[in-house]
Design a protein around this ligand. Structure first.
Ligand code: AKG
Ligand code: FE2
Ligand code: ZN
Length: 664
């Protein structure tokens, strides 16, 4: 407040800027989230930029908010770049609005973040409080009576008398029994030609008919798996093999309620309460794209409020409590699928997964296809998760950006989540990326970014004072395309303009020093720092966990994983298949596929929790990105083929080859 009196002119300028940003935040909230803000004071505020998706943790934000008054509730939805705070009184929220708007806070990783606050109506607070269920998922409560529940439970004979009609197994974390068709956990599929004699138990027939008639299910199942979970039991996160079963899968919960976790590949986890006697219906996206699983534990975190029975458990700390698990028996009904799956989720679809692993491209067309399948599609799919592991800017790049004259126009070609776009506020930076989802993340962060191909950037020739290309050129699949990408960077530069280029190095050990990528091989769980350019913290953690019995790994998303067994990690060019790299090891081939694991939840606050579920060896999807890792001198040589440039500097930085060039 003091400064207000010191410099009126300056402050009004700042105020204007603040207002502009605040209005921008409003628009973004409305456009991207459908959240309407209001121009009058209310008890609740949306705090743009103060969200878990922005690496701002509750511990970080709450004390800041509490300085303005008594916080009634702070809602931080997972993966979102905002949060919602409700104050005890309008006066308090007004104080927060006045003092915290434009306030800089330091996020969990030490980066500065500016908060923009806007009032929202109370009703919207309520709406926000509930995440939505995964699309296609329903929980129908009280679908059967307590009497029917009792009867169904009594009908299951768990004694080992197998009359060969209902195949029964004791898995590591639960007991199972199959009817109609046996489900093979080794192949994650059913033997479609070998229906079990006896079909489904008679007791289920009338129940299924009723559900059909009442429209709860669309087709009659012919396969039943009964799972029994004692407290402490669980089922690993999995997607039921697409080609094994039809779209709709339903599961009846008996005996005791349980929390089932649904995970989107981008890391969002939605815990869903399944009350006893309820029917879970999974169809569409929730069946094909999201994994479902039950974490082995004795207590579930559940909503305390009495009214809440089924559905999402929010992360609202005010209303959470622990619930002791009992014995839950589930009847999962599915219809065996006789034709290949043609869903719209090819990356996780066993029917649509490429038969053969990717090959070295032999033509431009093949190179394009390879980049499409093993770069663009993958980044699109993993964008949020990827972004959550990309927060620490590398010092030499920061140095380059900070040294540029203020007012410079700088293009970041392949800007990813925009982690360099805000480094130097004196620059006019614009980012572009092939991935729409990554560009959306940049925009959520209020950066200028657009989607384009790095070989055809819609920026006028000679208009940039500088360009950066960080960890991009190595995704082009032929030498010609890599040179073309460099040429495009140079085209954007004005004479005298500079470009900084980073690519991943084949040499992960240089001058007798191992890069962090190798060194951090055995990092402790507590590690927070992003290491080299290419590994998520999750990947590190995964390696540390014991690989528990695989036979209980439910029906995996398989396929992409499978060609890992084909022996990689060699200069396996003979059959022209691209080898799959083992993370945290040296490279043995310049062209390779690098796995991206969707393990756990990327939200930092969830890391501990995700470790828990990783302990149950979940076969989550693994995606592969194509890379050409550069040998010493290769990047320089490629630059030297360009006209009108001089190489100002070339160096090795933490497992990357780097060049600074200047347009002459
Ligand atoms: O226990 C449940 O409700 C789910 C079981 C399941 O996902 C499965 O067997 O594939
Ligand atoms: Fe399942
Ligand atoms: Zn499919």
């Amino acid at each position: 407040m003091d400064s207000k009196h010191q410099s009126n002119y300056k402050l009004s300028k700042t105020e204007k800027k603040l207002l502009r940003k605040q209005i921008k935040a409003r628009h973004t909230l409305l456009r991207h989230e459908g959240i309407e803000t209001v121009s009058y004071a209310t008890q609740s505020l949306i705090v743009a930029n103060g969200g878990l998706g922005n690496q701002v943790s509750r511990n970080q934000l709450l004390p800041v908010l509490e300085k303005c008054g008594l916080v009634d509730a702070l809602l931080m939805p997972p993966n979102k770049p905002y949060s919602c705070v409700r104050y005890n009184t309008v006066e308090e929220s007004k104080k927060a609005y006045d003092t915290l708007n434009g306030k800089e806070i330091v996020d969990d990783l030490g980066q500065k973040i500016i908060l923009y606050l806007n009032f929202v109506e109370k009703a919207q607070w309520k709406e926000l409080g509930l995440q939505t269920l995964p699309p296609g998922l329903k929980v129908i409560e009280e679908i059967i009576s307590p009497e029917d529940e009792k009867m169904l439970l009594e009908s299951v004979n768990w004694t080992e008398d197998t009359d060969n009609q209902n195949f029964q197994k004791s898995l590591k974390h639960r007991r199972v029994k199959h009817f109609g068709y046996e489900f093979h956990y080794e192949s994650n599929n059913v033997d479609k030609d070998k229906a079990l004699p006896g079909g489904l138990p008679d007791i289920c027939e009338s129940m299924l008919e009723k559900w059909l008639k009442e429209g709860f299910i669309k087709h009659k199942p012919d396969q039943l798996t009964i799972n029994q979970y004692e407290p402490g039991h669980g089922i690993p996160a999995h997607i039921d093999t697409h080609s094994a079963f039809e779209d709709e899968i339903v599961s009846l919960s008996l005996g005791s309620e349980i929390v089932m976790d649904f995970k989107h590949p981008d890391g969002m986890t939605v815990p869903v309460m399944l009350p006893r006697r309820s029917l879970l219906v999974m169809a569409g996206e929730s069946r094909y794209l999201w994994t479902h699983g039950i974490t082995p534990r004795k207590f579930d975190t559940v909503q305390a409020s009495k009214g809440h029975k089924s559905g999402i458990i929010t992360s609202d700390v005010e209303d959470l409590t622990l619930n002791k698990r009992g014995i839950r028996t589930s009847f999962t009904f599915r219809k065996v699928k006789q034709t290949p799956c043609n869903c719209s989720y090819p990356l996780v679809c066993d029917s649509q997964m490429k038969e053969a692993p990717a090959s070295f491209p032999e033509s431009d067309k093949e190179a394009l296809q390879l980049e499409q399948d093993y770069v663009h599609r993958v980044y699109e799919e993993i964008a949020r998760h990827f972004s959550s592991t990309r927060h620490t800017p590398w010092p030499h790049i920061v140095e380059f950006l900070k040294a540029l004259p203020s007012g410079s126009l700088v293009a970041d070609i392949g800007c990813g989540n925009g982690k360099y776009l805000g480094i130097n506020k004196e620059l006019y930076m614009i980012g572009c990326d092939h991935s729409q989802n990554l560009v959306d993340i940049c925009r959520e962060r209020q950066y200028q970014a657009f989607v384009c191909d790095a070989l055809a950037v819609p920026i006028r020739s000679g208009s940039c004072d500088a360009c950066i290309s960080i960890a991009v050129i190595h995704h082009f699949a032929t030498a010609e395309r890599r040179v073309a990408a460099l040429q495009e960077l140079v085209r954007l530069l004005r004479p005298g303009g500079k470009a900084l280029i980073y690519v991943w190095a084949m040499e992960q050990e240089y001058n007798k020093k191992k890069s962090k990528y190798l060194r951090e091989n055995r990092t402790s769980q507590g590690m927070k720092e992003e290491i080299s350019n290419d590994t998520s913290v999750q990947e590190l953690l995964v390696k540390e966990l014991p690989n528990v019995g695989r036979q209980d790994s439910a029906h995996s998303v398989s396929s992409i994983n499978d060609f890992q067994d084909g022996g990689c990690n060699s200069r396996n060019v003979a059959n022209s298949k691209l080898p799959i790299h083992t993370n945290r090891t040296s490279f043995h081939s310049q062209d390779l596929l690098v796995p991206w694991h969707f393990k756990g939840n990327p939200g930092k606050d969830k890391r501990v929790e995700s470790l828990g579920s990783l302990g149950s060896h979940d076969p989550s999807p693994v995606f592969h990105r194509y890379y050409h890792v550069f040998c010493e001198g290769e990047l320089e040589a490629a630059c030297q083929t360009l006209s009108n440039i001089s190489i100002l500097q070339s160096y090795y930085d933490q497992g990357n080859w780097c060049v600074i060039l200047q347009k002459v």
